[in-house]
Design a protein around this ligand. Sequence first.
Ligand SMILES: CC(C)=CCC/C(C)=C/CC/C(C)=C/COP(=O)(O)OP(=O)(O)O
Length: 442
Amino acid sequence: MSRRLPLRLYQLCQLQLRQNPQLAAASARRLSTLTGTKAPAFTSFFFRNDQWTAFPPVPARSPSISFRSQSIPVASALSYAPHTAPLSQYKPTEALSIPKTLRLYAELSKSRLSILVVLTAMSGVAMSPLPTTVPVLLSTALGTALCAAAANTLNQIQEVPFDAQMSRTRNRPLVRRAISPLHAAGFAVATGIAGPAILWTMVNPTTAILGAANIALYAGVYTWLKRRSIANTWVGSVVGGLPPLMGWTACGGQWLPSFDSPMTPFLPSFLSPIDPATLDIALVDNPLSALSLFMLLFCWQFPHFNPLSHLMRDSYAKAGYQMLCVTDPRRNAAVALRYTLLLTGVCSVLTPLSGLTTWAFALTSLVPNLICVRAAWNFWRHTSDKQARALWHHCLWYLPAILGLMMVHKQGMNWGEWLGFVKKEDAEQTKVISSESAANVQ
Ligand SMILES: CC(C)=CCC/C(C)=C/CC/C(C)=C/COP(=O)(O)OP(=O)(O)O
Protein backbone atom coordinates (compact mmCIF):
# COMPACT_ATOMS: atom_id res chain seq x y z
CA MET A 1 0.00 0.00 0.00
CA SER A 2 2.70 2.44 1.09
CA ARG A 3 4.63 1.84 -2.15
CA ARG A 4 1.54 2.74 -4.18
CA LEU A 5 0.90 5.98 -2.26
CA PRO A 6 3.19 8.26 -4.34
CA LEU A 7 1.58 6.92 -7.52
CA ARG A 8 -1.92 7.63 -6.14
CA LEU A 9 -0.89 11.16 -5.14
CA TYR A 10 0.61 11.72 -8.54
CA GLN A 11 -2.54 10.52 -10.31
CA LEU A 12 -4.68 12.76 -8.08
CA CYS A 13 -2.53 15.80 -8.92
CA GLN A 14 -2.78 15.02 -12.61
CA LEU A 15 -6.56 14.72 -12.35
CA GLN A 16 -6.81 18.05 -10.51
CA LEU A 17 -4.70 19.78 -13.09
CA ARG A 18 -6.60 18.33 -16.05
CA GLN A 19 -9.91 19.45 -14.55
CA ASN A 20 -8.55 22.96 -13.97
CA PRO A 21 -6.73 24.16 -17.11
CA GLN A 22 -5.95 27.57 -15.61
CA LEU A 23 -4.12 26.03 -12.68
CA ALA A 24 -2.41 23.62 -15.09
CA ALA A 25 -1.20 26.44 -17.33
CA ALA A 26 0.09 28.42 -14.35
CA SER A 27 1.91 25.38 -12.99
CA ALA A 28 3.32 24.63 -16.41
CA ARG A 29 4.66 28.14 -16.70
CA ARG A 30 6.30 27.73 -13.32
CA LEU A 31 7.79 24.36 -14.03
CA SER A 32 8.71 24.35 -17.66
CA THR A 33 12.24 24.94 -18.78
CA LEU A 34 11.21 23.72 -22.23
CA THR A 35 9.53 27.02 -23.05
CA GLY A 36 12.45 29.03 -21.73
CA THR A 37 10.03 31.56 -20.24
CA LYS A 38 11.20 31.37 -16.63
CA ALA A 39 14.15 29.90 -14.84
CA PRO A 40 13.20 27.11 -12.43
CA ALA A 41 13.51 27.69 -8.72
CA PHE A 42 16.99 27.37 -7.26
CA THR A 43 16.39 23.97 -5.69
CA SER A 44 14.18 22.49 -8.41
CA PHE A 45 16.89 20.20 -9.70
CA PHE A 46 16.83 18.27 -6.45
CA PHE A 47 13.38 17.06 -7.39
CA ARG A 48 13.30 16.82 -11.15
CA ASN A 49 15.61 16.97 -14.11
CA ASP A 50 14.62 16.71 -17.76
CA GLN A 51 17.76 14.79 -18.54
CA TRP A 52 17.00 11.91 -16.23
CA THR A 53 13.22 11.65 -16.35
CA ALA A 54 11.35 9.90 -19.14
CA PHE A 55 8.12 11.54 -20.29
CA PRO A 56 5.03 9.32 -20.13
CA PRO A 57 2.86 9.41 -23.29
CA VAL A 58 0.82 12.60 -23.74
CA PRO A 59 -2.96 11.97 -23.82
CA ALA A 60 -4.64 12.62 -27.18
CA ARG A 61 -6.87 15.45 -25.92
CA SER A 62 -4.43 17.13 -23.60
CA PRO A 63 -4.83 20.88 -22.88
CA SER A 64 -2.04 23.02 -24.24
CA ILE A 65 -0.50 26.39 -23.61
CA SER A 66 0.79 28.54 -26.39
CA PHE A 67 4.10 30.32 -26.25
CA ARG A 68 5.62 32.31 -29.13
CA SER A 69 3.09 30.78 -31.56
CA GLN A 70 4.05 27.27 -30.43
CA SER A 71 1.49 24.98 -28.86
CA ILE A 72 2.97 23.07 -25.95
CA PRO A 73 0.88 20.29 -24.37
CA VAL A 74 0.50 20.96 -20.65
CA ALA A 75 0.89 17.28 -19.91
CA SER A 76 4.33 17.16 -21.52
CA ALA A 77 5.49 19.95 -19.28
CA LEU A 78 3.96 18.43 -16.18
CA SER A 79 4.25 14.71 -16.41
CA TYR A 80 7.10 13.58 -14.29
CA ALA A 81 6.47 9.99 -13.45
CA PRO A 82 7.23 8.87 -9.89
CA HIS A 83 10.06 6.40 -9.38
CA THR A 84 8.97 2.96 -10.43
CA ALA A 85 12.32 1.15 -10.28
CA PRO A 86 12.29 -1.74 -7.79
CA LEU A 87 14.46 -1.24 -4.72
CA SER A 88 16.71 -4.10 -5.86
CA GLN A 89 17.95 -1.84 -8.68
CA TYR A 90 19.42 0.72 -6.30
CA LYS A 91 23.08 0.25 -5.51
CA PRO A 92 24.93 1.81 -2.60
CA THR A 93 26.92 4.96 -3.34
CA GLU A 94 30.62 4.33 -3.71
CA ALA A 95 32.64 5.71 -0.77
CA LEU A 96 34.83 8.68 -1.65
CA SER A 97 38.55 8.05 -1.19
CA ILE A 98 40.81 11.03 -0.43
CA PRO A 99 42.41 11.16 -3.93
CA LYS A 100 38.98 10.86 -5.54
CA THR A 101 37.60 13.62 -3.31
CA LEU A 102 40.52 15.89 -4.20
CA ARG A 103 39.91 15.18 -7.90
CA LEU A 104 36.26 16.12 -7.47
CA TYR A 105 37.21 19.32 -5.64
CA ALA A 106 39.51 20.20 -8.54
CA GLU A 107 36.63 19.63 -10.97
CA LEU A 108 34.25 21.70 -8.86
CA SER A 109 36.85 24.49 -8.80
CA LYS A 110 37.22 24.31 -12.63
CA SER A 111 40.92 23.92 -11.88
CA ARG A 112 42.25 25.11 -15.25
CA LEU A 113 40.16 28.29 -15.09
CA SER A 114 41.23 28.85 -11.47
CA ILE A 115 44.92 28.46 -12.41
CA LEU A 116 44.44 31.10 -15.14
CA VAL A 117 42.75 33.37 -12.58
CA VAL A 118 45.71 32.98 -10.17
CA LEU A 119 48.17 33.70 -13.01
CA THR A 120 46.33 36.89 -13.94
CA ALA A 121 46.37 37.92 -10.26
CA MET A 122 50.14 37.30 -10.27
CA SER A 123 50.46 39.59 -13.29
CA GLY A 124 49.16 42.40 -11.06
CA VAL A 125 51.87 41.56 -8.51
CA ALA A 126 54.55 41.37 -11.20
CA MET A 127 53.63 44.74 -12.70
CA SER A 128 53.54 46.55 -9.37
CA PRO A 129 56.42 48.93 -8.67
CA LEU A 130 56.06 48.22 -4.95
CA PRO A 131 58.17 45.52 -3.30
CA THR A 132 56.49 42.45 -1.86
CA THR A 133 57.49 39.45 0.22
CA VAL A 134 57.29 35.72 -0.52
CA PRO A 135 54.61 35.08 2.19
CA VAL A 136 52.42 37.85 0.73
CA LEU A 137 52.95 36.48 -2.78
CA LEU A 138 52.04 32.91 -1.76
CA SER A 139 49.06 34.05 0.32
CA THR A 140 47.75 36.11 -2.60
CA ALA A 141 48.00 33.08 -4.88
CA LEU A 142 46.37 30.74 -2.34
CA GLY A 143 43.66 33.19 -1.29
CA THR A 144 42.75 33.97 -4.92
CA ALA A 145 42.69 30.26 -5.81
CA LEU A 146 40.33 29.52 -2.89
CA CYS A 147 38.04 32.42 -3.87
CA ALA A 148 37.94 31.15 -7.46
CA ALA A 149 37.23 27.60 -6.23
CA ALA A 150 34.30 28.84 -4.12
CA ALA A 151 32.90 30.94 -6.97
CA ASN A 152 33.12 28.08 -9.48
CA THR A 153 31.57 25.54 -7.09
CA LEU A 154 28.65 27.83 -6.24
CA ASN A 155 28.17 28.38 -9.98
CA GLN A 156 28.05 24.64 -10.67
CA ILE A 157 25.64 23.96 -7.80
CA GLN A 158 23.15 26.34 -9.39
CA GLU A 159 23.61 25.14 -12.95
CA VAL A 160 23.19 21.36 -12.65
CA PRO A 161 20.02 21.08 -14.79
CA PHE A 162 21.51 23.31 -17.49
CA ASP A 163 24.98 21.78 -17.44
CA ALA A 164 23.22 18.41 -17.88
CA GLN A 165 21.89 19.60 -21.23
CA MET A 166 25.21 20.63 -22.79
CA SER A 167 27.74 18.06 -24.04
CA ARG A 168 30.64 20.26 -22.84
CA THR A 169 29.38 20.32 -19.25
CA ARG A 170 27.29 17.19 -18.81
CA ASN A 171 30.21 15.32 -17.30
CA ARG A 172 30.63 17.74 -14.40
CA PRO A 173 30.72 16.09 -10.95
CA LEU A 174 27.33 17.28 -9.74
CA VAL A 175 25.63 16.37 -13.01
CA ARG A 176 26.99 12.85 -13.01
CA ARG A 177 26.19 12.65 -9.28
CA ALA A 178 29.77 11.90 -8.31
CA ILE A 179 29.34 14.22 -5.32
CA SER A 180 26.24 15.32 -3.45
CA PRO A 181 25.04 18.95 -3.63
CA LEU A 182 25.43 19.17 0.16
CA HIS A 183 29.07 18.05 0.01
CA ALA A 184 29.74 20.52 -2.82
CA ALA A 185 28.03 23.29 -0.85
CA GLY A 186 30.25 22.44 2.15
CA PHE A 187 33.33 22.73 -0.05
CA ALA A 188 32.09 26.08 -1.43
CA VAL A 189 31.45 27.46 2.07
CA ALA A 190 34.84 26.28 3.36
CA THR A 191 36.80 27.75 0.42
CA GLY A 192 34.58 30.85 0.32
CA ILE A 193 35.47 31.61 3.97
CA ALA A 194 39.12 30.48 3.83
CA GLY A 195 39.99 32.48 0.67
CA PRO A 196 38.95 35.95 1.86
CA ALA A 197 40.18 35.12 5.42
CA ILE A 198 43.70 34.31 4.14
CA LEU A 199 43.70 37.45 2.01
CA TRP A 200 42.48 39.56 4.95
CA THR A 201 44.97 38.26 7.51
CA MET A 202 48.04 37.61 5.35
CA VAL A 203 47.66 40.23 2.60
CA ASN A 204 45.34 43.16 3.28
CA PRO A 205 41.60 43.92 3.75
CA THR A 206 41.24 45.60 0.32
CA THR A 207 42.35 42.44 -1.51
CA ALA A 208 40.09 40.29 0.70
CA ILE A 209 37.08 42.51 -0.02
CA LEU A 210 37.81 42.38 -3.76
CA GLY A 211 38.03 38.56 -3.57
CA ALA A 212 34.76 38.23 -1.63
CA ALA A 213 33.02 40.72 -3.94
CA ASN A 214 34.18 38.74 -6.96
CA ILE A 215 32.70 35.53 -5.53
CA ALA A 216 29.36 37.33 -5.10
CA LEU A 217 29.59 38.86 -8.57
CA TYR A 218 30.31 35.56 -10.31
CA ALA A 219 28.25 33.09 -8.26
CA GLY A 220 25.45 35.59 -7.61
CA VAL A 221 24.98 38.23 -10.27
CA TYR A 222 26.65 36.57 -13.29
CA THR A 223 25.20 33.09 -12.76
CA TRP A 224 21.74 34.55 -12.15
CA LEU A 225 21.93 36.81 -15.21
CA LYS A 226 23.03 34.02 -17.57
CA ARG A 227 19.44 32.87 -18.01
CA ARG A 228 17.93 36.33 -17.92
CA SER A 229 19.90 38.88 -19.88
CA ILE A 230 22.72 39.10 -22.42
CA ALA A 231 24.29 41.64 -20.02
CA ASN A 232 25.74 38.58 -18.23
CA THR A 233 28.77 38.65 -20.55
CA TRP A 234 29.69 42.16 -19.40
CA VAL A 235 29.32 41.18 -15.75
CA GLY A 236 31.44 38.06 -16.43
CA SER A 237 34.11 40.29 -17.95
CA VAL A 238 34.23 42.40 -14.79
CA VAL A 239 34.73 39.12 -12.87
CA GLY A 240 37.66 38.25 -15.15
CA GLY A 241 39.12 41.77 -14.83
CA LEU A 242 39.24 41.86 -11.03
CA PRO A 243 42.00 39.25 -10.28
CA PRO A 244 44.90 41.38 -11.68
CA LEU A 245 43.54 44.23 -9.60
CA MET A 246 43.70 41.94 -6.56
CA GLY A 247 47.38 41.25 -7.34
CA TRP A 248 47.96 45.00 -7.60
CA THR A 249 46.28 45.81 -4.28
CA ALA A 250 48.04 42.83 -2.64
CA CYS A 251 51.31 44.77 -3.05
CA GLY A 252 49.69 47.82 -1.48
CA GLY A 253 48.97 49.51 -4.81
CA GLN A 254 46.39 52.30 -5.08
CA TRP A 255 43.29 51.49 -7.13
CA LEU A 256 40.76 54.23 -6.37
CA PRO A 257 41.64 57.85 -7.19
CA SER A 258 41.81 60.14 -4.18
CA PHE A 259 43.45 63.41 -3.16
CA ASP A 260 46.53 61.48 -1.97
CA SER A 261 46.69 59.19 -4.98
CA PRO A 262 45.56 61.07 -8.09
CA MET A 263 45.71 59.59 -11.60
CA THR A 264 49.19 60.47 -12.84
CA PRO A 265 49.73 60.26 -16.60
CA PHE A 266 53.20 59.39 -17.93
CA LEU A 267 53.52 61.26 -21.22
CA PRO A 268 55.92 60.08 -23.96
CA SER A 269 59.38 61.70 -23.55
CA PHE A 270 58.92 64.08 -26.53
CA LEU A 271 55.81 65.54 -24.86
CA SER A 272 57.04 65.49 -21.28
CA PRO A 273 59.24 68.10 -19.58
CA ILE A 274 60.39 65.41 -17.10
CA ASP A 275 63.73 63.73 -17.80
CA PRO A 276 63.04 59.96 -18.03
CA ALA A 277 66.29 59.28 -16.15
CA THR A 278 65.01 61.17 -13.11
CA LEU A 279 61.53 59.67 -13.25
CA ASP A 280 60.09 58.78 -9.86
CA ILE A 281 59.07 55.12 -10.23
CA ALA A 282 56.86 55.37 -7.13
CA LEU A 283 54.46 57.47 -9.24
CA VAL A 284 53.63 54.32 -11.23
CA ASP A 285 51.61 53.33 -8.17
CA ASN A 286 48.60 55.33 -9.24
CA PRO A 287 44.95 54.33 -9.96
CA LEU A 288 45.50 54.71 -13.71
CA SER A 289 47.82 51.67 -13.60
CA ALA A 290 45.19 49.66 -11.73
CA LEU A 291 42.58 50.71 -14.29
CA SER A 292 44.86 49.69 -17.12
CA LEU A 293 45.40 46.20 -15.63
CA PHE A 294 41.66 45.79 -15.11
CA MET A 295 40.81 47.03 -18.62
CA LEU A 296 43.29 44.65 -20.22
CA LEU A 297 41.61 41.57 -18.75
CA PHE A 298 38.09 43.03 -19.04
CA CYS A 299 38.44 43.71 -22.78
CA TRP A 300 40.21 40.40 -23.46
CA GLN A 301 37.17 38.42 -22.26
CA PHE A 302 35.10 39.46 -25.32
CA PRO A 303 37.31 38.24 -28.20
CA HIS A 304 38.00 35.18 -26.03
CA PHE A 305 34.46 34.34 -24.95
CA ASN A 306 32.28 35.57 -27.85
CA PRO A 307 33.79 33.27 -30.52
CA LEU A 308 33.78 30.39 -28.03
CA SER A 309 30.11 30.98 -27.26
CA HIS A 310 29.44 31.19 -31.02
CA LEU A 311 30.80 27.66 -31.38
CA MET A 312 28.56 26.47 -28.53
CA ARG A 313 25.46 28.47 -29.45
CA ASP A 314 23.30 25.38 -30.03
CA SER A 315 23.99 24.11 -26.51
CA TYR A 316 23.40 27.55 -25.02
CA ALA A 317 20.09 27.84 -26.84
CA LYS A 318 19.04 24.35 -25.74
CA ALA A 319 19.90 25.06 -22.10
CA GLY A 320 17.99 28.37 -22.26
CA TYR A 321 20.93 30.73 -21.69
CA GLN A 322 20.53 34.35 -22.78
CA MET A 323 23.61 34.80 -24.93
CA LEU A 324 24.30 37.26 -27.71
CA CYS A 325 25.58 34.37 -29.84
CA VAL A 326 22.04 32.88 -29.68
CA THR A 327 19.95 36.04 -29.93
CA ASP A 328 22.10 37.89 -32.48
CA PRO A 329 25.24 36.08 -33.73
CA ARG A 330 26.33 39.00 -35.91
CA ARG A 331 26.20 41.46 -33.01
CA ASN A 332 28.09 38.90 -30.95
CA ALA A 333 30.92 39.06 -33.51
CA ALA A 334 30.67 42.88 -33.67
CA VAL A 335 31.11 43.08 -29.88
CA ALA A 336 34.21 40.86 -30.12
CA LEU A 337 35.66 43.18 -32.79
CA ARG A 338 34.81 46.32 -30.80
CA TYR A 339 36.61 45.08 -27.69
CA THR A 340 39.62 43.84 -29.68
CA LEU A 341 40.00 47.40 -31.00
CA LEU A 342 39.58 48.75 -27.47
CA LEU A 343 42.22 46.27 -26.29
CA THR A 344 44.63 47.75 -28.83
CA GLY A 345 43.93 51.20 -27.37
CA VAL A 346 44.45 49.92 -23.83
CA CYS A 347 47.87 48.51 -24.81
CA SER A 348 49.04 51.36 -27.01
CA VAL A 349 47.73 54.30 -24.99
CA LEU A 350 46.37 53.55 -21.52
CA THR A 351 49.09 51.15 -20.32
CA PRO A 352 52.14 53.33 -21.16
CA LEU A 353 50.19 56.46 -20.13
CA SER A 354 49.62 54.94 -16.69
CA GLY A 355 53.36 54.39 -16.34
CA LEU A 356 53.10 50.61 -16.03
CA THR A 357 55.26 50.20 -19.13
CA THR A 358 57.50 52.42 -21.20
CA TRP A 359 56.08 53.87 -24.43
CA ALA A 360 57.97 51.20 -26.41
CA PHE A 361 55.15 48.83 -25.37
CA ALA A 362 52.75 50.99 -27.39
CA LEU A 363 54.62 49.86 -30.51
CA THR A 364 55.62 46.26 -29.72
CA SER A 365 52.12 45.37 -28.48
CA LEU A 366 50.76 46.38 -31.89
CA VAL A 367 52.03 43.07 -33.33
CA PRO A 368 49.81 40.72 -31.24
CA ASN A 369 47.00 43.27 -31.19
CA LEU A 370 46.83 43.68 -34.96
CA ILE A 371 46.89 39.89 -35.43
CA CYS A 372 43.87 39.66 -33.12
CA VAL A 373 42.11 42.63 -34.76
CA ARG A 374 42.47 40.87 -38.13
CA ALA A 375 41.03 37.64 -36.71
CA ALA A 376 38.18 39.56 -35.02
CA TRP A 377 37.49 41.42 -38.29
CA ASN A 378 37.26 38.12 -40.18
CA PHE A 379 34.96 36.71 -37.52
CA TRP A 380 32.70 39.76 -37.83
CA ARG A 381 32.68 39.65 -41.65
CA HIS A 382 31.90 35.94 -42.02
CA THR A 383 30.49 35.07 -38.58
CA SER A 384 31.46 31.48 -39.33
CA ASP A 385 32.59 28.66 -37.05
CA LYS A 386 35.98 28.59 -38.78
CA GLN A 387 36.64 32.27 -38.07
CA ALA A 388 35.30 31.93 -34.52
CA ARG A 389 37.75 29.10 -33.86
CA ALA A 390 40.62 31.13 -35.33
CA LEU A 391 39.91 34.18 -33.13
CA TRP A 392 39.55 32.02 -30.03
CA HIS A 393 42.90 30.31 -30.74
CA HIS A 394 44.60 33.69 -31.23
CA CYS A 395 43.24 34.88 -27.89
CA LEU A 396 44.81 31.88 -26.14
CA TRP A 397 48.39 32.83 -27.02
CA TYR A 398 47.61 36.56 -26.98
CA LEU A 399 47.27 36.85 -23.20
CA PRO A 400 50.62 35.30 -22.15
CA ALA A 401 52.30 37.13 -25.06
CA ILE A 402 50.95 40.55 -24.05
CA LEU A 403 51.65 40.01 -20.32
CA GLY A 404 55.19 38.90 -21.22
CA LEU A 405 55.68 42.01 -23.34
CA MET A 406 54.39 44.17 -20.50
CA MET A 407 57.03 42.65 -18.23
CA VAL A 408 59.75 43.28 -20.83
CA HIS A 409 58.75 46.94 -21.03
CA LYS A 410 57.98 47.36 -17.33
CA GLN A 411 58.75 50.92 -16.23
CA GLY A 412 62.01 51.19 -14.30
CA MET A 413 62.98 47.57 -15.00
CA ASN A 414 66.56 47.01 -16.08
CA TRP A 415 66.53 43.47 -17.48
CA GLY A 416 70.28 43.44 -18.20
CA GLU A 417 70.97 44.14 -14.54
CA TRP A 418 68.23 41.78 -13.32
CA LEU A 419 69.55 38.89 -15.41
CA GLY A 420 73.12 39.65 -14.32
CA PHE A 421 74.42 40.64 -17.79
CA VAL A 422 75.09 44.21 -16.65
CA LYS A 423 76.68 45.04 -13.27
CA LYS A 424 74.71 47.33 -10.96
CA GLU A 425 77.48 50.00 -11.01
CA ASP A 426 77.53 49.93 -14.85
CA ALA A 427 73.76 50.38 -14.93
CA GLU A 428 74.04 53.34 -12.49
CA GLN A 429 76.83 54.80 -14.67
CA THR A 430 74.63 54.52 -17.79
CA LYS A 431 71.82 56.29 -15.90
CA VAL A 432 74.11 59.17 -14.90
CA ILE A 433 75.51 59.51 -18.43
CA SER A 434 72.04 59.50 -19.97
CA SER A 435 70.77 62.13 -17.51
CA GLU A 436 73.88 64.30 -18.13
CA SER A 437 73.44 64.10 -21.89
CA ALA A 438 69.73 64.94 -21.47
CA ALA A 439 70.73 68.01 -19.42
CA ASN A 440 73.26 69.06 -22.13
CA VAL A 441 70.55 68.87 -24.79
CA GLN A 442 68.34 71.17 -22.71
C1 LIG B 1 38.89 35.76 -7.19
C2 LIG B 1 37.72 35.23 -7.88
C3 LIG B 1 36.50 34.97 -7.11
C4 LIG B 1 37.79 35.00 -9.18
C5 LIG B 1 36.67 34.43 -9.98
C6 LIG B 1 37.24 34.12 -11.29
C7 LIG B 1 36.27 33.44 -12.20
C8 LIG B 1 35.39 32.38 -11.65
C9 LIG B 1 36.26 33.82 -13.47
C10 LIG B 1 35.33 33.21 -14.44
C11 LIG B 1 34.95 34.19 -15.52
C12 LIG B 1 33.81 33.69 -16.34
C13 LIG B 1 32.77 34.67 -16.73
C14 LIG B 1 33.72 32.39 -16.73
C15 LIG B 1 32.59 31.80 -17.51
O1 LIG B 1 31.75 31.11 -16.63
P1 LIG B 1 30.54 30.21 -17.16
O2 LIG B 1 29.61 29.97 -16.01
O3 LIG B 1 29.92 30.83 -18.35
O4 LIG B 1 31.27 28.89 -17.58
P2 LIG B 1 30.64 27.45 -17.84
O5 LIG B 1 29.65 27.59 -18.95
O6 LIG B 1 31.83 26.63 -18.21
O7 LIG B 1 30.00 27.01 -16.56
